[in-house]
Design a binder for this molecule. Sequence first.
Ligand code: ZN
Length: 240
Amino acid sequence: MQVLVFSDVHSNLTALEAVLERETHVDAYWCLGDIVGYGPDPNECIERVRRLPNLMCVRGNHDAATLGEVDQQTFNHEAGLAITWTKRVINAQSMEYLLSLPEIEKYNDITLVHGSPRNPVWDYVMDFRTAMHMFTYFETRVCLLGHTHVPAIWQESATKAPTAPVLDFYKTKIMSKTILNPGSVGQPRDHNPQASYGIFDPDAMTWELRRITYDVSDVQKRIKKSGLPWRHALRLAEGW
Ligand code: ZN
């Protein structure tokens, strides 16, 4: 089985379409949250994601904030502005869909969360020490998570911090308990502006990170038109 694992679309329909148009062969779609926030296309992205076949999707912190479930003060100023904007334009069906999203999903020996298995919506797993600590919080062999917008592979058996795999077509066989992060489709932060996602085979236990270039200027135009902070447009061109 080939699964497209993606996270942090952040209302960027152009990036999402580029990924989906390339990966038409997959058997299932697993989304790790934050469909909305930052970008100009919240309803369009939710509509596109919810129609995917064999979909599992969990709730991210921007999804929760859009639902009004968290204090917006916990976000930085510009992220907060985008949440206020998203709340204004989001339609009832989109809200209903976000509300339906669970914080954790499971498929056989795999756990899906947005942030971490300890605190599914909010924790960041940014570094080796944190990742090692998180292994005590899930029973399955693999935990898929996003939230950091930086692709990573953390293996429990590793003795030193592995480098984040940022190259195209990096394929890994999962040999031990592992945390996998596909990076972000709609707002990568590893200084590579290409949309980032993973192709996971839960039967063969293989993971492959993929990147794809998309038309950033197209999204920037819609950000400008919507009145969202221009900083959100600038960062897309450089991946920060
Ligand atoms: Zn995010």
